[in-house]
Design a protein around this ligand. Sequence first.
Ligand code: NDP
Length: 264
Amino acid sequence: MADIGHGLGRLAGKVALITGASSGIGAGTAKMFSKLGAKLALSGRNEDNLKKTGDVCEKLGGNKVLCIQGDVTIEEDVKRIVEETVTHYGQLDILVNSAGILTLETIETTSLEQYDKLMNTNVRALYHITMLAVPHLINTKGNIVNVSSVNGIRSFPNMLTYCMSKSAVDQFTRCCALDLAPKQVRVNSVNPGAVVTEIHRRAGLDEETYQKYLEHTKITYPLGRPGQVEEVAAMIAFLASENASFITGAQIPIDGGRHVACPR
Ligand code: NDP
């Protein structure tokens, strides 16, 4: 029987590889995991930000952190990220796929370049890193948590490719969960709504529009506010822990009730 019943779930001694750890939800997850005793391999493109996350994690958890700079859309980088993690720690227990980007467009305003960039980042890269991590996760009977979105389960205007990519992530989660269940590897997703990170500004929202968007959550989100990275990280930590030992193939909305709301 799994060792259940420890709050969020202990991650002591578990080796976790987290992509997108240089910012936002990935960085918040790294900090949460370090407090719970995990041994971390953190990946991101921006070396300075990655190191900042790593330094905070070392202070919070006491374990030395392995930072691996890389671009998940570059195949050689993905191979290096997985190899360095396993060579360093000798095992892999948890993969958190948080690296992702947002673009804003409709079928009338899109380009194939934009489509390829988003799909390569949010879907192909996640597919690739998971593919390389799975043999190691089978060895440890480990688990995977994918960071999807409310956009995977609901449709929104002006977010065509992003919605498509997150629906693909959800289907990926469910299919991998079925394929890997016989090997005792669990696969789950979290589906956050609006969470305060850099992603919206990076998608091109200027400060005024971004603030209006956050303000608008008072109306569009039943709980009347956007989420914070810690609220997503807590669920990722739970799913990655033994407390979730009978959960696989789940998509957990963390969105203040956004996915059940209808406009009125
Ligand atoms: P941020 O922009 O704050 O962080 C994105 C992270 O992904 C960064 O660490 C970034 O690295 C990394 N990343 C992006 N592209 C690549 C790449 N090609 N190679 C390697 N790393 C890459 O956004 P969030 O934290 O908000 O986003 C994390 C995940 O959460 C995404 O999958 C997003 O879709 C999802 N999400 C976010 C929501 C939100 O409202 N914030 C809501 C629902 C889902 P670097 O900074 O080093 O370039």
